[in-house]
Design a protein around this ligand. Structure first.
Ligand code: PEP
Ligand code: MN
Length: 372
Protein backbone atom coordinates (compact mmCIF):
# COMPACT_ATOMS: atom_id res chain seq x y z
CA UNK A 1 0.00 0.00 0.00
CA UNK A 2 1.23 3.48 -0.85
CA UNK A 3 0.18 6.61 1.05
CA UNK A 4 0.55 9.66 -1.15
CA UNK A 5 0.97 12.74 1.01
CA UNK A 6 0.01 16.34 0.30
CA UNK A 7 2.50 17.97 -2.12
CA UNK A 8 5.55 19.64 -0.57
CA UNK A 9 5.10 17.88 2.75
CA UNK A 10 8.01 18.61 5.05
CA UNK A 11 9.37 15.66 7.02
CA UNK A 12 10.37 18.07 9.80
CA UNK A 13 6.79 19.27 10.21
CA UNK A 14 5.19 18.15 13.54
CA UNK A 15 2.16 16.82 11.61
CA UNK A 16 4.48 14.48 9.75
CA UNK A 17 5.65 13.19 13.12
CA UNK A 18 2.00 12.67 14.16
CA UNK A 19 1.51 10.58 11.03
CA UNK A 20 4.60 8.42 11.58
CA UNK A 21 3.60 7.94 15.25
CA UNK A 22 0.28 6.54 14.05
CA UNK A 23 2.05 4.30 11.51
CA UNK A 24 4.38 3.01 14.23
CA UNK A 25 1.32 1.69 16.06
CA UNK A 26 0.09 -0.45 13.15
CA UNK A 27 0.74 -4.13 13.91
CA UNK A 28 3.09 -6.02 11.53
CA UNK A 29 3.58 -3.06 9.24
CA UNK A 30 6.90 -1.59 8.22
CA UNK A 31 7.13 1.57 6.18
CA UNK A 32 9.59 3.45 4.04
CA UNK A 33 9.42 7.11 3.08
CA UNK A 34 10.18 8.05 -0.55
CA UNK A 35 10.58 11.59 -1.75
CA UNK A 36 10.21 12.34 -5.43
CA UNK A 37 11.26 15.78 -6.63
CA UNK A 38 9.07 16.76 -9.59
CA UNK A 39 9.46 19.84 -11.77
CA UNK A 40 6.87 21.79 -9.79
CA UNK A 41 6.63 20.14 -6.41
CA UNK A 42 8.06 17.52 -4.08
CA UNK A 43 5.94 14.44 -3.64
CA UNK A 44 6.24 12.29 -0.55
CA UNK A 45 5.09 8.69 -0.71
CA UNK A 46 5.07 6.21 2.14
CA UNK A 47 5.33 2.54 1.23
CA UNK A 48 3.67 0.23 3.73
CA UNK A 49 4.92 -3.34 3.71
CA UNK A 50 3.65 -6.32 5.69
CA UNK A 51 0.14 -7.13 6.77
CA UNK A 52 -1.50 -4.40 4.65
CA UNK A 53 -4.52 -6.48 3.64
CA UNK A 54 -6.09 -5.74 7.02
CA UNK A 55 -5.76 -1.97 6.66
CA UNK A 56 -8.87 -0.11 5.58
CA UNK A 57 -8.33 2.35 2.75
CA UNK A 58 -10.77 4.89 4.24
CA UNK A 59 -9.03 4.81 7.62
CA UNK A 60 -5.65 5.35 6.03
CA UNK A 61 -7.06 8.22 3.97
CA UNK A 62 -8.13 9.91 7.19
CA UNK A 63 -4.61 9.97 8.59
CA UNK A 64 -2.90 13.38 8.71
CA UNK A 65 -1.29 14.62 5.47
CA UNK A 66 -2.52 11.57 3.51
CA UNK A 67 -4.08 12.69 0.26
CA UNK A 68 -4.53 9.40 -1.52
CA UNK A 69 -4.09 5.70 -0.86
CA UNK A 70 -3.04 3.27 -3.59
CA UNK A 71 -3.34 -0.45 -3.04
CA UNK A 72 -0.59 -2.18 -4.94
CA UNK A 73 0.08 -5.65 -6.11
CA UNK A 74 3.22 -7.21 -4.70
CA UNK A 75 5.19 -6.74 -7.88
CA UNK A 76 7.04 -3.60 -8.91
CA UNK A 77 5.81 -1.61 -5.93
CA UNK A 78 7.51 1.63 -6.82
CA UNK A 79 7.74 1.53 -10.61
CA UNK A 80 4.63 -0.54 -11.33
CA UNK A 81 1.42 0.79 -12.75
CA UNK A 82 -1.27 -0.06 -10.22
CA UNK A 83 -5.05 0.16 -10.38
CA UNK A 84 -6.29 3.76 -9.93
CA UNK A 85 -2.66 4.83 -9.81
CA UNK A 86 -2.40 8.17 -11.57
CA UNK A 87 1.13 9.08 -10.51
CA UNK A 88 3.15 10.73 -13.25
CA UNK A 89 5.76 8.75 -15.16
CA UNK A 90 7.70 11.88 -16.00
CA UNK A 91 10.98 13.26 -14.71
CA UNK A 92 13.39 15.99 -15.73
CA UNK A 93 17.15 15.79 -15.80
CA UNK A 94 19.46 18.62 -16.80
CA UNK A 95 16.68 20.29 -18.80
CA UNK A 96 15.58 17.14 -20.65
CA UNK A 97 12.20 15.55 -19.98
CA UNK A 98 11.83 11.77 -19.81
CA UNK A 99 8.36 10.27 -19.84
CA UNK A 100 6.15 7.61 -21.36
CA UNK A 101 4.71 10.32 -23.62
CA UNK A 102 7.73 11.74 -25.42
CA UNK A 103 10.79 10.58 -27.35
CA UNK A 104 14.52 11.30 -26.91
CA UNK A 105 17.25 10.12 -29.26
CA UNK A 106 20.67 9.12 -27.86
CA UNK A 107 22.91 8.69 -30.89
CA UNK A 108 26.62 8.36 -30.21
CA UNK A 109 29.71 6.21 -29.97
CA UNK A 110 29.44 2.69 -28.58
CA UNK A 111 32.91 3.26 -27.13
CA UNK A 112 34.84 6.48 -26.68
CA UNK A 113 38.05 6.18 -28.72
CA UNK A 114 39.78 9.41 -29.75
CA UNK A 115 39.07 13.12 -29.14
CA UNK A 116 38.65 13.83 -32.89
CA UNK A 117 36.02 11.09 -33.24
CA UNK A 118 34.10 12.25 -30.16
CA UNK A 119 34.26 15.84 -31.39
CA UNK A 120 33.01 14.93 -34.88
CA UNK A 121 30.14 13.00 -33.31
CA UNK A 122 29.11 15.85 -31.05
CA UNK A 123 29.42 18.41 -33.84
CA UNK A 124 27.04 16.33 -35.95
CA UNK A 125 24.60 16.05 -33.05
CA UNK A 126 24.58 19.80 -32.48
CA UNK A 127 24.14 20.46 -36.19
CA UNK A 128 21.07 18.22 -36.10
CA UNK A 129 19.52 19.77 -32.98
CA UNK A 130 20.37 16.86 -30.65
CA UNK A 131 21.21 17.36 -26.96
CA UNK A 132 21.66 13.73 -25.88
CA UNK A 133 24.27 11.13 -26.79
CA UNK A 134 25.79 7.80 -25.80
CA UNK A 135 29.49 7.45 -24.98
CA UNK A 136 30.93 4.24 -23.54
CA UNK A 137 33.98 4.73 -21.33
CA UNK A 138 33.74 1.45 -19.40
CA UNK A 139 33.10 -1.45 -21.78
CA UNK A 140 32.09 -4.92 -20.57
CA UNK A 141 33.65 -7.24 -23.16
CA UNK A 142 33.19 -10.91 -23.84
CA UNK A 143 36.95 -11.44 -24.21
CA UNK A 144 39.44 -10.20 -21.63
CA UNK A 145 41.79 -9.42 -24.53
CA UNK A 146 39.39 -6.96 -26.19
CA UNK A 147 39.55 -3.18 -25.64
CA UNK A 148 37.96 -2.50 -22.24
CA UNK A 149 37.27 1.21 -22.75
CA UNK A 150 39.41 4.21 -21.79
CA UNK A 151 37.79 4.36 -18.34
CA UNK A 152 38.15 7.42 -16.18
CA UNK A 153 41.05 8.90 -18.17
CA UNK A 154 38.76 9.97 -21.01
CA UNK A 155 36.02 11.48 -18.86
CA UNK A 156 37.38 15.07 -18.56
CA UNK A 157 37.82 15.61 -22.28
CA UNK A 158 34.55 13.83 -23.16
CA UNK A 159 32.66 16.09 -20.71
CA UNK A 160 34.44 19.23 -21.95
CA UNK A 161 33.53 18.41 -25.55
CA UNK A 162 29.94 17.69 -24.52
CA UNK A 163 29.74 21.14 -22.92
CA UNK A 164 31.23 22.73 -26.04
CA UNK A 165 28.53 21.22 -28.26
CA UNK A 166 25.54 21.72 -25.96
CA UNK A 167 25.09 18.06 -24.98
CA UNK A 168 22.86 17.84 -21.91
CA UNK A 169 22.79 14.09 -21.20
CA UNK A 170 25.32 11.35 -21.97
CA UNK A 171 24.24 7.73 -21.50
CA UNK A 172 27.33 6.04 -20.11
CA UNK A 173 27.57 2.44 -18.96
CA UNK A 174 29.13 1.70 -15.61
CA UNK A 175 30.23 -1.76 -14.58
CA UNK A 176 31.40 -1.08 -11.03
CA UNK A 177 30.17 1.24 -8.28
CA UNK A 178 33.53 3.07 -8.20
CA UNK A 179 32.66 4.40 -11.67
CA UNK A 180 29.92 6.58 -10.14
CA UNK A 181 32.53 8.41 -8.07
CA UNK A 182 34.87 8.69 -11.06
CA UNK A 183 32.10 10.25 -13.15
CA UNK A 184 31.04 12.60 -10.32
CA UNK A 185 34.63 13.74 -9.78
CA UNK A 186 35.26 14.35 -13.48
CA UNK A 187 32.03 16.35 -13.78
CA UNK A 188 33.02 18.38 -10.75
CA UNK A 189 36.53 19.05 -12.04
CA UNK A 190 35.29 20.13 -15.46
CA UNK A 191 32.58 22.39 -13.97
CA UNK A 192 29.49 20.24 -14.70
CA UNK A 193 29.44 20.96 -18.44
CA UNK A 194 26.95 18.14 -19.11
CA UNK A 195 24.79 15.50 -17.41
CA UNK A 196 25.20 11.72 -17.28
CA UNK A 197 22.65 8.91 -17.34
CA UNK A 198 24.15 5.82 -15.71
CA UNK A 199 23.66 2.79 -17.93
CA UNK A 200 23.50 -0.71 -16.49
CA UNK A 201 24.34 -3.16 -19.25
CA UNK A 202 22.58 -6.41 -20.03
CA UNK A 203 25.39 -8.42 -18.41
CA UNK A 204 24.77 -6.61 -15.13
CA UNK A 205 20.98 -6.53 -15.06
CA UNK A 206 20.99 -8.88 -12.08
CA UNK A 207 24.12 -7.58 -10.40
CA UNK A 208 22.07 -6.80 -7.31
CA UNK A 209 24.81 -5.13 -5.28
CA UNK A 210 25.59 -2.79 -8.19
CA UNK A 211 21.85 -2.10 -8.59
CA UNK A 212 21.54 -1.24 -4.90
CA UNK A 213 24.48 1.16 -4.97
CA UNK A 214 23.30 2.85 -8.16
CA UNK A 215 19.75 3.07 -6.79
CA UNK A 216 20.97 4.75 -3.61
CA UNK A 217 22.40 7.75 -5.43
CA UNK A 218 19.88 10.32 -6.57
CA UNK A 219 22.06 12.56 -8.73
CA UNK A 220 21.99 10.60 -11.98
CA UNK A 221 19.03 8.98 -13.74
CA UNK A 222 19.50 5.34 -14.73
CA UNK A 223 19.14 3.42 -17.97
CA UNK A 224 18.65 -0.27 -17.22
CA UNK A 225 19.10 -2.75 -20.05
CA UNK A 226 16.87 -5.81 -20.11
CA UNK A 227 18.83 -8.94 -19.24
CA UNK A 228 19.46 -10.84 -22.50
CA UNK A 229 18.81 -14.29 -21.08
CA UNK A 230 16.28 -13.84 -18.28
CA UNK A 231 12.53 -13.30 -18.15
CA UNK A 232 10.96 -9.89 -18.51
CA UNK A 233 9.66 -10.21 -14.96
CA UNK A 234 13.21 -10.73 -13.69
CA UNK A 235 14.43 -7.66 -15.57
CA UNK A 236 11.56 -5.51 -14.29
CA UNK A 237 12.38 -6.65 -10.77
CA UNK A 238 15.95 -5.50 -11.40
CA UNK A 239 14.54 -2.04 -12.18
CA UNK A 240 12.53 -2.23 -8.98
CA UNK A 241 15.79 -2.85 -7.06
CA UNK A 242 16.96 0.60 -8.19
CA UNK A 243 13.70 2.26 -7.23
CA UNK A 244 13.34 0.46 -3.92
CA UNK A 245 16.70 1.96 -2.91
CA UNK A 246 15.37 5.44 -3.65
CA UNK A 247 16.02 6.32 -7.29
CA UNK A 248 12.91 5.96 -9.43
CA UNK A 249 14.28 7.95 -12.35
CA UNK A 250 14.72 4.75 -14.30
CA UNK A 251 14.38 4.11 -18.04
CA UNK A 252 14.03 0.53 -19.17
CA UNK A 253 15.86 -0.48 -22.36
CA UNK A 254 15.03 -3.29 -24.76
CA UNK A 255 18.12 -4.53 -26.60
CA UNK A 256 17.14 -7.93 -27.97
CA UNK A 257 17.37 -11.39 -26.46
CA UNK A 258 20.18 -13.88 -26.83
CA UNK A 259 18.87 -16.83 -28.80
CA UNK A 260 19.79 -18.47 -32.09
CA UNK A 261 16.22 -17.81 -33.15
CA UNK A 262 17.39 -14.22 -33.48
CA UNK A 263 19.21 -15.15 -36.71
CA UNK A 264 19.92 -13.20 -38.92
CA UNK A 265 20.23 -10.56 -36.19
CA UNK A 266 22.74 -10.37 -33.35
CA UNK A 267 19.83 -10.77 -30.93
CA UNK A 268 16.13 -11.54 -31.19
CA UNK A 269 14.47 -8.12 -31.45
CA UNK A 270 11.95 -7.65 -28.64
CA UNK A 271 10.54 -4.21 -29.42
CA UNK A 272 6.99 -5.60 -29.53
CA UNK A 273 7.30 -5.47 -25.72
CA UNK A 274 7.39 -1.64 -25.65
CA UNK A 275 3.63 -1.32 -24.99
CA UNK A 276 3.70 -4.22 -22.50
CA UNK A 277 6.31 -2.50 -20.34
CA UNK A 278 4.33 0.75 -20.46
CA UNK A 279 1.28 -1.20 -19.29
CA UNK A 280 3.11 -2.96 -16.44
CA UNK A 281 5.20 -0.03 -15.22
CA UNK A 282 5.46 3.75 -15.36
CA UNK A 283 9.00 3.69 -16.77
CA UNK A 284 9.83 5.37 -20.08
CA UNK A 285 10.91 2.64 -22.51
CA UNK A 286 14.09 2.79 -24.58
CA UNK A 287 14.95 0.68 -27.62
CA UNK A 288 18.52 -0.12 -28.70
CA UNK A 289 18.37 -1.14 -32.36
CA UNK A 290 22.19 -1.34 -32.68
CA UNK A 291 22.78 -4.09 -30.13
CA UNK A 292 19.58 -5.87 -31.19
CA UNK A 293 20.35 -6.10 -34.88
CA UNK A 294 24.13 -5.83 -34.87
CA UNK A 295 24.66 -5.28 -38.61
CA UNK A 296 24.07 -2.71 -41.34
CA UNK A 297 22.28 -5.24 -43.56
CA UNK A 298 19.45 -3.80 -45.61
CA UNK A 299 16.35 -5.43 -47.09
CA UNK A 300 15.42 -5.20 -50.80
CA UNK A 301 13.46 -1.99 -50.14
CA UNK A 302 16.83 -0.36 -49.39
CA UNK A 303 16.07 0.22 -45.70
CA UNK A 304 18.56 -1.17 -43.15
CA UNK A 305 17.11 -3.72 -40.69
CA UNK A 306 18.41 -1.41 -37.98
CA UNK A 307 16.15 1.40 -39.25
CA UNK A 308 13.22 -0.96 -39.76
CA UNK A 309 13.31 -2.16 -36.14
CA UNK A 310 13.79 1.41 -34.86
CA UNK A 311 10.63 2.43 -36.69
CA UNK A 312 8.83 -0.64 -35.31
CA UNK A 313 9.74 0.35 -31.75
CA UNK A 314 8.87 4.02 -32.24
CA UNK A 315 5.51 3.28 -33.90
CA UNK A 316 4.72 1.18 -30.82
CA UNK A 317 5.42 4.15 -28.52
CA UNK A 318 9.10 3.88 -27.54
CA UNK A 319 10.36 6.88 -25.53
CA UNK A 320 14.07 6.72 -26.20
CA UNK A 321 16.35 5.39 -28.92
CA UNK A 322 19.92 4.44 -28.00
CA UNK A 323 21.91 3.97 -31.18
CA UNK A 324 25.53 3.53 -32.28
CA UNK A 325 27.07 6.00 -34.75
CA UNK A 326 30.70 6.44 -35.73
CA UNK A 327 32.55 8.89 -38.01
CA UNK A 328 34.81 6.08 -39.33
CA UNK A 329 33.27 2.71 -38.39
CA UNK A 330 36.27 0.80 -39.74
CA UNK A 331 38.36 2.48 -37.01
CA UNK A 332 35.83 1.94 -34.20
CA UNK A 333 37.32 -0.03 -31.31
CA UNK A 334 33.98 -1.66 -30.46
CA UNK A 335 30.96 -2.60 -32.59
CA UNK A 336 32.00 -0.82 -35.80
CA UNK A 337 29.95 -3.13 -38.08
CA UNK A 338 26.66 -1.97 -36.56
CA UNK A 339 27.46 1.77 -36.50
CA UNK A 340 25.53 4.28 -38.58
CA UNK A 341 27.52 7.01 -40.35
CA UNK A 342 27.42 10.67 -39.35
CA UNK A 343 26.06 11.60 -42.78
CA UNK A 344 23.17 9.19 -42.13
CA UNK A 345 22.09 11.08 -38.99
CA UNK A 346 19.62 13.49 -40.69
CA UNK A 347 18.08 10.56 -42.59
CA UNK A 348 17.82 8.48 -39.41
CA UNK A 349 16.16 11.33 -37.47
CA UNK A 350 13.68 11.95 -40.29
CA UNK A 351 12.82 8.25 -40.50
CA UNK A 352 12.14 8.26 -36.73
CA UNK A 353 10.01 11.42 -37.03
CA UNK A 354 7.82 9.64 -39.59
CA UNK A 355 7.32 6.68 -37.23
CA UNK A 356 6.65 8.95 -34.24
CA UNK A 357 4.03 10.91 -36.18
CA UNK A 358 2.36 7.64 -37.13
CA UNK A 359 2.35 6.60 -33.46
CA UNK A 360 0.75 9.89 -32.42
CA UNK A 361 -1.90 9.47 -35.13
CA UNK A 362 -2.61 5.95 -33.87
CA UNK A 363 -3.10 7.24 -30.32
CA UNK A 364 -5.49 9.92 -31.59
CA UNK A 365 -7.34 7.35 -33.69
CA UNK A 366 -8.03 5.03 -30.76
CA UNK A 367 -9.06 8.04 -28.63
CA UNK A 368 -11.56 9.18 -31.27
CA UNK A 369 -12.82 5.63 -31.74
CA UNK A 370 -13.39 5.14 -28.00
CA UNK A 371 -15.30 8.45 -27.77
CA UNK A 372 -17.57 7.58 -30.71
C1 PEP B 1 26.10 -0.93 -24.97
O1 PEP B 1 25.03 -0.29 -25.04
O2 PEP B 1 27.19 -0.47 -25.29
C2 PEP B 1 26.06 -2.32 -24.50
C3 PEP B 1 27.17 -2.99 -24.18
O3 PEP B 1 24.84 -2.83 -24.49
P1 PEP B 1 24.27 -4.19 -23.84
O4 PEP B 1 24.55 -4.10 -22.38
O5 PEP B 1 22.81 -4.11 -24.18
O6 PEP B 1 24.98 -5.31 -24.53
MN1 MN C 1 28.34 -1.99 -28.19
Amino acid sequence: MILILAPDTNAKDPIFRTLTNQLDLLPNIQYRVHEVQGSLQRLTEIYLIGDTAKLLTEEMENMPLVERVVRISDEYRVLGRHKDDKRASEFQYNGVTFSQDNLNIFAGLCAVDSPPHVELMMQALQKNGQVCTRMGAYKPRTSPYSFQGHGKSCLPWVFDLAGKYGIKVIAMEITHDSHIDEISEALEKTGQPTGVMLQIGTRNTQNFELLKTVGRQKVFPILLKRGFGITLEESLNAAEYLASEGNSHVIFALRGMKTNMGDPHRNFVDFSHVPSIKRLTRMPVCIDPSHSVGTRAASPDGIMDLCHVTAQGVIAGANMVLVDFHPVPSQALVDGPQALLLEELPYFLEDIAIAREAYEKRVKLIGDYQKS
